[in-house]
Design a protein around this ligand. Structure first.
Ligand code: FAD
Length: 431
């Protein structure tokens, strides 16, 4: 009888579990090592406990990656439609909320539960509290030897490194994947927190603390616009947060590392076009000149924002709009459209949702196998691929896990997987 390929997977997160069940599906004998006392801990925290597991509005443009063409070919193999089919085949009902995919129950635990059941059903050997400390390639036998924290050794034919990143973990944790990659000769791009809030030393952030408002955010790096986004911005006592800020944070993090100046320019009127805004502003001024500046702004923006704008425009809350004069009132309104916040830092890695940087993508082939060590694969966040908010990071975990798992088991994914038409009729959830 032909012996089964032994696949070792380090890390039982989203990518590692997807890799393990896929490798087993394609006939491998799989051992999954997890340093925690249980698998998939991070999944439970995703999407505020609801797990935004993918997004129907999908393209490789949603990712930061060195080689979009290669990424595109990977998503051709396993796309968002395949994510749905993968989970539905394990019994998970999925729903779309304006394209954002969630388990039907809106409980992240449901995603983890079906994965755990599948690990069981596929008789995958799961070793929890099994932190792998060392891995070596045995060129003579073409196998890998893994050594865990207790000194116990394991041998496998193929190895998948899916150790994740230090994002959201305590300082010093989550670095093993990079260390193993370097040990095997791989380059690792400098890691920085991604999808994280921004810090500022500006006095007014404290005055605005607690404000949540729909706004546009433009990131300016060394005087040039480096990105923009719109959505709910939250002010905190240390700076700004919220999804649009998260989306721009990895660009800010790398720029700050390079010693460049970074500014977040907030537009408190993102729905107003420039011309109408100025025209309406003038009409408002004509009609409300007798009001104090404080009253004049009442009804436009959040009270805390109004007070900060008045102060920054060099006006006083009690002075009338007439006393201020149209030019100054106009300048104040413009300040509301271009409210610059000097960014001093990004929040720390333990507060980040993902990590930018990681194992050099160019040293992996389209099967996610190392170009340097045959039989070595990488999947998930440990690789230098990171997505914006909206389910794209888990999508990368599923896609890369599937591809690494299937190829490690000996079933090549060079051909394009099918399945796009089947799920187009997914009902929308309007709640
Ligand atoms: C608060 C929060 C919310 C998020 N929400 C979303 C969301 O809604 N949608 C989305 O797409 N993405 C979201 N993300 C990002 C997403 O969770 C991650 O990108 C994804 O889980 C990464 O999967 P992974 O398997 O690569 O890594 P991980 O999930 O980090 O898994 C790696 C595993 O490897 C284990 N491990 C590490 N080293 C070793 C070792 N040496 N030996 C054995 N085991 C080891 C770890 O303990 C861990 O279990 C969120 C992240 C956070 C922190």
């Amino acid at each position: 009888m032909e012996s089964r390929t032994k696949v070792g997977v380090i890390g039982a997160g989203a990518a590692g579990m997807a890799a393990a069940v896929t490798a087993a599906k394609y006939g491998a004998e799989v051992t999954l090592f997890e340093k925690n006392d249980r698998v998939g801990k991070k999944i439970l925290a995703t999407g505020n406990g609801r797990c935004n597991m993918g997004n129907l509005e999908f393209s490789e443009e949603k990712y930061y990656c060195q080689d979009r063409e290669k990424l595109h070919s990977l998503f051709q193999v396993f796309s968002v439609w395949d994510t749905m089919s993968f989970f539905e085949s394990m019994g998970l009902m999925i729903k779309s909320k304006e394209g954002y995919l969630y388990p039907y129950s809106e409980q992240a635990s449901a995603v983890l539960d079906v994965l755990r059941m599948e690990l069981d059903r596929k008789k995958i050997h799961v070793i929890t509290e099994g932190e792998i400390k060392k891995a070596a390639y045995n060129a003579d036998r073409m196998t890998f030897t893994l050594k865990d924290i207790k000194g116990k050794e394991y041998e496998c034919d193929k190895l998948i490194v899916a150790c994740g990143s230090p994002a959201s973990l305590k300082k010093g944790e989550g670095m093993t994947g990079y260390a193993l990659a370097e040990k095997f000769g791989h380059r690792v791009k400098e890691i920085v927190p991604g999808l994280v809030s921004l810090k500022s030393h500006e006095d007014f952030t404290k005055a605005l603390s607690g404000v949540r408002v729909k706004a546009g955010v433009r990131l300016v790096v060394a005087g040039e616009t480096a990105g923009r986004d719109v959505g709910e911005v939250q002010f905190t006592d240390y700076g700004i947060s919220g999804i649009p800020v998260f989306q721009l944070s990895r660009t800010a993090a790398y720029a700050l590392k390079e010693g460049k100046s970074v500014e977040a320019v907030v537009d408190f009127f993102p729905d107003q076009d420039e011309k109408t805004f100025t025209y309406m502003g003038r009409l408002r001024y004509e009609a409300q000149q007798d009001k104090s500046m404080e009253d004049y702004l009442t009804g436009m923006l959040h009270k805390k924002i109004n007070m900060v704008l008045i102060k920054m425009a060099g006006l006083k809350p009690a002075m009338t709009a007439r006393e201020a004069g149209w030019e100054k009132v106009k300048a104040l309104m413009e300040l509301g459209r271009n409210f610059g916040i000097a960014v001093s830092d990004v929040n720390s890695m333990d507060n980040a949702q993902v990590c930018a940087g990681g194992v050099d993508f160019s040293q992996l082939n389209t099967e996610l196998e190392s170009e340097l060590v045959k039989g070595l694969y990488f999947a998930g966040e440990v690789v230098d691929v990171d997505g914006i908010c909206g389910g794209y990071n888990l999508q990368w975990a599923w896609t890369s896990g599937y591809i690494a798992g299937r190829n490690a088991a000996g079933s090549s994914t060079r051909q394009i997987a099918l399945g796009q038409e089947k799920y187009k009729e997914l009902p929308e959830d309007k709640s």
